[in-house]
Write a protein that binds this ligand. Structure first.
Ligand code: C5P
Length: 403
């Protein structure tokens, strides 16, 4: 949605990463953006204007002194008739020109003439990235308001060398461009949110633990959705295999007690959404050493003790956030259990779902939830977890506005 109708001027400079720019053009266009390419002479050594032109479905601009191009569009209009100038890959040379205001070819001239936001995706050998001259240029460009995505660490395409210098992947560049182009309303701007997500691991001994099937997908999606509406989000995540969401401060914990401490440290907040599947019990005294199996000896029994209830703690806290939301993963009597939970935990809203194995919800990509509050129960249709998150974030914004 953010890209729909947006015009991106894509400057491709001369590095081997230019081959990824072809995919980048596709990714931007399939999201609804139009892409007008500018190529330096170096870029044309790596990918052809024919390929770039075919993928972008636009004229490829290469020459500052092309009489025809100057007559048709002109370099000043090229620099201004867009919503974002994206440089991918940005070579050390082009960055040096930008930092010094040089304008000796079309790309550098456009970069000097533009009044639009500029996002660059550097790509170069790690030694070039770490060179004092490049560091000076990076600092200058940042101070000039130029935005960066990457470079990433990893192996270089052209050599067996590893280090920082690899261009960000096309989808990472798309995500960074999306942030810059996003002009959607931010109803949660100035609001602080704490979200918990994922399972907890409760140690039995140094190698064993008690866990559950939570993937963290729903909680992470909610953290990201709140951030997209402008909230300042702290996500406290148990052990998960999914990536940290963008635009969110993520704190990684293992045990319920660590999760509680991290949540309490993040207070005060306006919103708390406790999505984590916190283990109700932990082993009363986890062993420091691996518990050994001795032939003939009796099987060990695990004495359990109750974990802190984080939602309940927050719901009754002196610094209680204005809006406290819990989840209720149930396999039976979903409505009545959720209503009881609302009271017991001091929550304003419970998002209840049936996690019976047949629903595939636990660990899956979709969810079917009921919103239980003192005003009643609302059933939402089966949706992707990302859509549940977006709808919930909007509901949160509405509830906060209503006070
Ligand atoms: O009591 P139950 O575990 O069903 O409650 C679920 C809700 O309470 C979820 O929002 C969950 O994140 C939260 N919870 C918690 N700390 C616990 C147990 C559950 O925050 N120890």
């Amino acid at each position: 949605m953010v890209f729909s109708g947006k015009r991106i001027l894509l400057i491709i400079s001369g590095g081997i990463a230019a081959y990824k720019s072809l995919d980048l053009i596709r990714r931007l266009r399939e999201r609804g953006a139009s892409v007008r390419p500018v190529m330096t002479s170096g870029a044309q050594e790596f990918v052809t204007p024919l390929a770039v032109g075919a993928l972008s479905a636009d004229h490829v601009f290469t020459d500052l002194f092309s009489r025809q191009d100057e007559q048709d569009v002109g370099h000043i209009r090229l620099a201004r008739d867009c919503d974002l100038v994206l440089v991918a890959p940005a070579t050390a040379d082009l960055m040096a020109k930008m930092a010094n205001g040089l304008a000796d070819d079309l790309a550098s001239t456009v970069l000097l003439a533009t009044d639009k936001p500029v996002l660059i995706a550097p790509a170069m050998n790690p030694h070039m990235w770490n060179h004092a001259a490049t560091k000076r240029n990076v600092a200058t460009l940042r101070a000039d308001g130029i935005r960066f995505v990457g470079p990433m660490a990893g192996e270089m395409a052209e050599s067996r060398e590893a280090g920082v210098g690899r261009m960000a992947e096309p989808l990472e560049i798309v995500a960074a461009a999306e942030v810059l182009l996003d002009t959607s309303p931010k109803p949660l701007a100035g609001r602080k949110a704490i979200v918990t997500s994922g399972p907890t691991h409760e140690p039995i001994d140094p190698v064993r633990y008690i866990a559950n099937r939570s993937s963290g997908r729903q909680g992470h999606a909610i953290a990201a959705a709140l951030a997209r509406l402008g909230a300042d989000v702290t996500l406290v995540s148990g052990p998960v295999t999914i990536a940290d969401p963008t635009g969110v401060r993520t704190i990684h914990v293992e045990r319920a007690e660590e999760m509680r401490d991290a949540v309490l440290t993040a207070l005060p907040a306006d919103i708390a959404v406790m999505v984590a599947a916190v283990a109700d019990w932990r082993v009363a005294s986890a062993s420091d050493q691996k518990i050994k199996k001795h032939p003939g000896e009796s099987i060990p029994t695990l004495a359990l003790t109750e974990n802190p209830d984080i939602l309940k703690t927050i719901g009754h806290h002196t610094m209680r956030p204005k809006l406290v939301i819990g989840f209720a993963a149930e396999t039976q009597d979903v409505d009545s259990n959720a209503k009881a939970k609302l009271e017991r935990k001091g929550a304003d809203m419970i998002v209840a779902n049936d996690v019976s194995p047949s629903t595939g919800i636990m660990g899956g990509a979709r969810n079917r939830v009921k919103i239980v509050s003192r005003g009643g129960i609302e059933q939402w249709p089966d949706m992707a977890k990302d859509d549940v998150a977006a709808k919930l974030a909007e509901l949160i914004a509405v509830r906060l506005r209503q006070g």
